[in-house]
Design a binder for this molecule. Structure first.
Ligand code: HEC
Ligand code: HEC
Length: 312
């Protein structure tokens, strides 16, 4: 009888843990296994004379560079990666522009020392949300010199204003998670209530799949989020420390504390939720703990929406 009870209790516990993780599954898309990639048809994007096949576009050690004239020369680690198979080229997911995709992160303009510290955190497993696996594997095989070169490259770049757009709405198109872990509109014109979620889709699905850095993303957020987020960011009537105290008067970063405006709300939400749930830990995160401990799920969505509505 004891054993049966024990088992039931364990089953109930793991069911509860499962429910908690699943509650924000929209923020942690699971990348489906890639299909057969076309290695014959030459693809191009508007404004570039370069051509690549889809197999070349998705090559983790030689991702496309559609606009080589728009960024400084990329160090080897950014353009072609390090030790195989884990040490992929940073530009594959974060793009040569550093603006990134919502299921990874924008790196453009982050302080170099902040980037180096994050790589150390991944390496130590202090950042271990369900999307961090590739970064943890990578951080374990890269040399300090490679990490430094990548950090200096991305720190020099300016995030592109308007690349990430936030829109308030009550209903969203039905979507599914597809290639590269991105969310795409399902066929047809069906919609569903947004609920307490952020739904991120590319502005142009074809361009996103081609990793065109000129084509950004839209985060749909629940109506009223931006104004609520602004109130929270300025301290919610004295209940939390204003974000500007550490992130700078315009929230564009201060010293090694990272800039938080103009970034995709999906990523920002994921970080706040991670810090709240100990999926992201460490000395730097301890400064954030008192703030995130007070935030509800819809507060975190609202903050992420407000921050995205501001220019990077
Ligand atoms: C296969 C895709 C992929 C590649 C390649 C990749 N990353 Fe990432 N990166 C991610 C994902 C996914 C996250 C977001 C994890 C999360 O939500 O916390 C991330 C997050 C980061 C962050 C955290 C950003 C922040 O604001 O704290 C840094 C720094 C970073 N990556 C650096 C790099 C560097 C340097 C390289 C190349 C050596 C690289 N990444 C290559 C997928 C990738
Ligand atoms: C007491 C100082 C402090 C306050 C107040 C603070 N932050 Fe932070 N925040 C930090 C530090 C330090 C980091 C970097 C953590 C690290 O090194 O991993 C950070 C990181 C972040 C990140 C992760 C950025 C990234 O690139 O991954 C987000 C998002 C963020 N803060 C949002 C907020 C918001 C929203 C508020 C207000 C509600 C806020 N912070 C208030 C100090 C603070």
């Amino acid at each position: 009888m004891k054993i049966v009870l024990g088992l039931t209790f364990a089953a109930a516990l793991s069911a509860a843990a499962f429910a908690a993780d699943q509650s924000a599954d929209w923020a942690y898309p699971v990348t489906p296994p890639p299909g057969q990639l076309d290695n014959a048809t030459q693809q191009s994007v508007p404004g570039s004379s370069a051509q690549y096949t889809q197999a070349q576009i998705d090559d983790p050690f030689n991702p496309p560079d559609w606009f080589a004239n728009e960024h400084p020369p990329m160090p080897q680690i950014v353009a072609h990666g390090g030790p195989k198979p884990a040490g992929r080229a940073c530009a594959q997911c974060h793009l040569p522009s550093g603006d990134g995709h919502p299921e990874s992160a924008g790196l453009a303009g982050l302080p170099a020392n902040y980037i180096v510290r994050q790589m150390q955190s991944f390496k130590r497993g202090e950042r271990n949300n369900p999307r961090a696996g590739v970064m943890i594997a990578m951080a374990q095989v890269l040399s300090d010199d490679d990490v430094k070169a990548a950090a200096e490259y991305f720190a020099k770049l300016k995030p592109t204003a308007g690349y990430n757009t936030v829109k308030e709405t009550d209903t969203v198109p039905k979507t599914y998670v597809g290639a590269g872990g991105m969310r795409f509109k399902s066929e047809g014109s069906e919609t569903e209530p947004i609920g307490e979620r952020i739904i991120n889709v590319p502005k142009d699905e074809t361009e996103a799949k081609l990793r065109d850095p000129h084509s950004g993303f839209i985060d749909y957020v629940p109506s009223g989020s931006i104004a609520r987020g602004q109130a929270l960011a300025s301290g919610d009537g004295g209940k939390i420390v204003p974000c500007s105290l550490c992130h700078g008067p315009d929230l564009k970063g201060m010293g090694e504390v990272p800039p938080i405006t103009g970034r995709t709300a999906t990523y920002v939400y994921r970080q706040l939720n991670d810090m709240k749930n100990d999926w992201r830990k460490g000395t730097g995160v301890n400064f954030m703990k008192p703030a995130v401990a007070r935030l509800s799920d819809s507060d975190m969505i609202a903050l992420a929406a407000y921050l995205e509505s501001r220019d990077p």
